[in-house]
Design a protein. Structure first.
Length: 113
């Protein structure tokens, strides 16, 4: 994946807004949201919101540490004697994005601390 828009905005006041936009528009399958679930069973990435925690300028890439808030789902039973409905729970994870300064190729890493 490439974050071309964010890379083009690097060094300007618009960088963080462009980065947030690109992350929020990403295909949910490219983000480690399912792996970071703590309270629910699965996620479709709905209600995703991104906050930029920190950005550092490395020699070959831009490293952004982000927090992602999203909805996790606990499925209902759908049994005749227990018609528990599906529930949405707010989940949170921290993800690092490394953007190559030449190609805009971006790697995603789930941070576990």
């Amino acid at each position: 994946m490439q974050f071309t828009t964010a890379l083009n905005a690097w060094g300007t006041p618009a960088f963080e807004a462009m980065l947030k936009h690109e992350i929020e528009q990403m295909d949910v399958e490219l983000l480690p949201l399912q792996q970071s679930l703590a309270q629910s069973s699965y996620t479709d990435g709905a209600n995703r919101s991104v906050m930029i925690i920190s950005v550092t300028d490395e020699a070959a890439f831009i490293r952004a540490k982000t927090g992602i808030i999203y909805s996790g789902i606990i499925p209902g039973c759908s049994c005749a004697d227990d018609p528990t409905p599906m529930s949405e729970i707010t989940e949170y994870c921290e993800v690092q994005f490394d953007i190559d300064k030449i190609t805009a190729e971006t790697t995603v890493t789930l941070l576990t601390e």
